[in-house]
Design a protein around this ligand. Structure first.
Ligand code: ADP
Ligand code: 5GP
Length: 403
């Protein structure tokens, strides 16, 4: 990691702000990366509900208000910032539980570069830091009627605590048995287009004449519940996910023949004749693209359903003996409003603060290990590991792993 200065909220360099004709409120951090300074207001005056970002390009005299993507952290009493790898800044929120304490502002990651190019303006993106990892999401694609939904339902039924379904948004009308929020979020095109512009979607595509998309939230709520996320999306969507920061496994389900595919679509009885013909026409192109695009890691033939399901379980590394209980993580540590210092040794961030009780004052430290971080904006940054080091004045040191 390259060295870059960080100023803490309580000792923010007034001179920097004065240079731009601004006055410090005492709750900002200014972090320099390259020839830009990122001024972040954490909102200690209670009027600001969430963090605010301004960029000062040293070659220009005026501050820039960037387009801010991702989930913005709520304001807090005090925060610290430290630049990482020249492309993102780590924020540590004082007075927050560990689950809400670590946030990344991406300023030049591939996602931000791509958004900057497509929007034609300065862009930054927030990503919440989450401790621990969950297994890679599973993307399932294949032509309509091949059996994706059936296989996914079998998996969810057998392993309800292991897998969670990413509920997509769509502009198509619900089928008879479909429930809003369970099978899809059924939505208006104008609403979905607005949300896409605001960066709320991981991917979207026009499929069989309707708009379908996976929101960032749809994937993250599954992972937050400690479950492995399953996405049922078309080949265009799989291509977008491949290009995104989501590290997933890609599976393509093939039909035994076009005649069998047609038979299944008709037997399902959910589409009009016109829609069936459209889906069959699109199926040929989808199968060709699926096989030749290099997007997919695995191909499964859904001829005999039970055999195909067994193959799916095998490639996901699960069988009947799998432990379906997820371990719960105990949480009781809050960061104090003001931390004493934040420093970095390679991929480890050392956060130190003081606490005092009746008998003694102790210096405490939290070590945040960033060596295995994964994902990022517009979703969460996962894989953070936090350790509490409690060095009491009598010299004894106790180490608790808090994740
Ligand atoms: P998709 O989600 O890919 O559009 P579905 O899961 O809805 O497809 O399956 C389409 C129809 O085919 C359903 O009626 C389902 O019961 C049936 N089906 C799925 N797999 C098989 C199979 N291997 N053999 C016969 N019918 C199947
Ligand atoms: P259906 O209308 O039969 O539910 O779905 C039609 C197609 O849309 C299927 O191929 C399905 O995989 C795809 N699809 C469903 N949700 C999404 C999504 O969120 N994104 C994309 N790109 N495709 C989706």
């Amino acid at each position: 990691m390259g060295e870059a200065p960080a100023f803490f909220a309580h000792d923010l360099k007034e001179g920097f702000l004065n240079g731009f004709g601004l006055k410090s409120k005492g709750c900002e951090t200014a972090t320099v990366i390259g020839n830009k300074t990122y001024l972040v207001d954490g909102g200690c005056d209670e009027l600001l509900l969430s963090f605010k970002v301004q960029i000062f390009d040293h070659s220009q005299g005026t501050p820039i208000n960037p387009v801010v993507l991702g989930t913005i952290p709520n304001s807090c009493k005090g925060h610290s910032a430290i630049a990482l790898n020249e492309d993102r800044i780590l924020f540590i929120k004082g007075g927050s539980p560990l689950d809400d304490a670590f946030w990344f502002l991406e300023v030049d990651t591939p996602y931000v570069q791509e958004q900057r190019k497509s929007l034609g303006c300065e862009v930054v993106a927030w990503s919440k830091g989450v401790r621990g990892t969950v297994e890679k999401p599973v993307v399932v694609s294949g032509p309509s009627g091949v059996g994706k939904g059936t296989l996914i339902s079998m998996l969810m039924k057998e392993f309800p605590t292991l897998f969670g379904f990413s509920v997509s948004h769509t502009t198509r009308a619900p089928r008879n048995m479909e429930k809003d929020g369970l099978h899809y979020h059924f939505t208006e095109r104008s609403v979905m287009e607005k949300d896409i512009k605001e960066g709320k979607f991981l991917e979207f595509a026009s499929v069989h004449g309707n708009l379908y998309g996976t929101s960032v939230e749809a994937v993250e709520v599954v992972a937050d519940a400690g479950k492995r996320c399953i996405l049922d999306i078309d080949v265009q969507g799989a291509r977008s996910v491949r290009a995104s920061s989501l590290d997933a496994i890609f599976i393509f389900i093939c039909p035994p023949s076009m005649a069998e595919l047609e038979k299944r679509l008709r037997a399902r009885g959910t589409e009009t004749e016109e829609q069936i013909l459209k889906r069959l026409r699109n199926a040929e192109a989808e199968i060709k693209e699926g096989e030749s695009s290099g997007i997919f890691d695995h191909f499964l033939f859904n001829d005999n359903l039970e055999e195909c399901y067994l193959s799916l379980k095998k490639l996901l590394g699960i069988d009947a003996s799998v432990n379906t209980c997820t371990e719960s993580i105990s949480e009781d540590l809050d960061l104090p409003p003001i931390v004493h210092s934040v420093s970095r040794i390679d991929n480890k961030i050392i956060i130190s603060y003081r606490t005092s009780d009746l008998d003694n004052e102790s210096q405490k430290m939290i070590v945040l290990d960033l060596s295995s971080i994964k994902g990022g904006a517009p979703g969460r940054t996962r894989g953070l590991e936090a350790y509490a080091i409690d060095s009491v004045t009598n010299g004894s040191t106790m180490i608790n792993q808090t994740s």
